[in-house]
Design a protein around this ligand. Structure first.
Ligand SMILES: Cc1ncc(COP(=O)(O)O)c(C=O)c1O
Length: 388
């Protein structure tokens, strides 16, 4: 293995997460796996075929370049939905490749009709409407014009979806705002229906909404973080799973299992006498004769420099603290109390080793990064391999 670290993806964990999500949403709604941000750091190229093997055939990406990456590895029957960036001059490409895409302004709608004309095949669009997030989406006035344009376009536009995005379903502080968004969404649905426009899928739910507000799922759940095995927030976890665990009166296993495990190895070992500084500057001084292991993972690999003297890794199933500052490509960890450590031993940066575990959220607790941020920082060039 030439690379200093590897990310393992567990097929059985993904299967478990998908089964749990399916149980939550019921048999009918479509589950779209959101794979933007390099599949939340899990790696689009490996994730798409893995998810397909687990029964997923609908994927949501942010941009045209992500769609292109997904298409390269996806089976012909899988579908790619572009939810964000798609320049007008790439719309024909998307139509030609059979991708659907969100439409939230008149320019893109016009480009979609133009592309459909040129290619003589309908453009598959999801009409994104403004309901209160104030990010992207047609507001009331623009919607009237969009409806006229859609009626005029006729069968050049295939209305795959009517959609919106909710303003923070992972926190109950946003409960009322979300209810207002749903009301607005229902009114818009009716308005479209009255104009003879009935989208195939109505969708609004991300992971948190899928789990905490099941009424937002409608025809499709756009699930990102949860299918990778992470709760969108502690609040969602307590609301959905903690409640069940308590009512059953016993400790239940977390129904979501982290798919990702990040491992490296001990590159070198060094004994340092008391009073000596380790690494750059004066961040860490050996307080006794200490044994330090060099691990070839640094901030270049997404291990935050903020974890200097703070983070931990696992070696031989035990926690070893980061000693001194995290460097670009390596860090030193204190293995004084794990005397049997040898060069080449496995080092786990995220995930389980024997009975111990380092969670992504433990990074977040120390650096105030969201789980999402820690994951997407994992560089694309770390190899991803699928394990059982
Ligand atoms: C439009 C849209 N839908 C769905 C998602 C999935 O969100 P989550 O990872 O919280 O499930 C995102 C991610 O931010 C999004 O932007």
């Amino acid at each position: 293995m030439r690379e200093p670290s590897v990310i393992e993806l567990s097929r059985s964990a993904l299967r478990q997460n998908l089964a749990y999500l399916r149980q939550q949403i019921g048999a009918r709604p479509l589950l779209s796996a959101i794979i933007k941000g390099n599949a939340y750091g899990h790696g689009i190229d490996v994730w798409v075929p893995l998810a397909e093997k687990c029964g997923v055939h609908h994927f949501g990406v942010f941009s045209a370049d992500e769609a292109e990456r997904a298409l390269k590895v996806a089976q012909p029957q899988s579908h790619i939905m572009i939810m964000g960036y798609l320049p007008d001059d790439e719309v024909a490409w998307a139509v030609d490749r059979g991708c659907s895409f969100f439409v939230f302004d008149a320019g893109r709608l016009k480009a979609a009709v133009g592309a459909a004309d040129k290619l003589r095949r309908p453009a598959r669009v999801h009409l994104e409407v403004e309901t209160g997030l104030h990010r992207t989406g047609f507001d009331e006035t623009a919607l009237e014009e969009a409806v006229d344009a859609l009626k005029e376009a006729g069968d050049r536009i295939q209305l795959d979806g009517l959609c919106t995005h909710l303003a923070g379903a992972e926190s109950s502080a946003n409960y009322l705002r979300i209810q207002h968004q749903l009301e607005a969404f229902n009114q818009i649905t009716e308005y479209l229906h009255n104009h003879g426009l009935d989208p195939r899928w109505r969708h609004a739910a991300c992971s948190a909404a899928t789990l905490s507000h099941p009424n937002t799922v409608m025809d499709m759940a756009r699930v990102g973080i949860a299918h990778y095995g992470f709760w969108p927030s502690d609040e969602t976890r307590m609301h959905v799973w903690g409640k069940n665990a308590l009512s059953l009166g016993s400790v239940q296993q977390d129904p979501l299992r982290r798919v990702l495990r990040w491992r490296s190895s001990v590159m070198d070992l060094k004994d340092v006498p008391p009073g000596e500084y380790v690494g750059y500057g004066h961040a860490f001084m050996a307080s006794r004769k200490q044994r330090l292991a060099a691990v070839p993972v640094g901030y270049y690999h997404g291990f935050a420099r903020d974890l200097s003297n703070l983070g931990h890794v696992l070696v031989q199933g035990r926690r070893a603290p980061v000693a001194g500052v995290v460097n670009m490509n390596m860090m030193m960890v204190d293995v004084t109390d794990i005397p049997s450590v040898r060069r080449g031993d496995e080092v786990v940066i995220i995930g389980k080793q024997r009975r111990s575990q380092i969670s992504v959220s433990s990074f977040g607790d120390l650096t105030r990064d969201l789980t999402y941020e820690v994951l997407v920082r994992l560089p694309a060039d770390i190899p991803r391999i699928v394990v059982g």
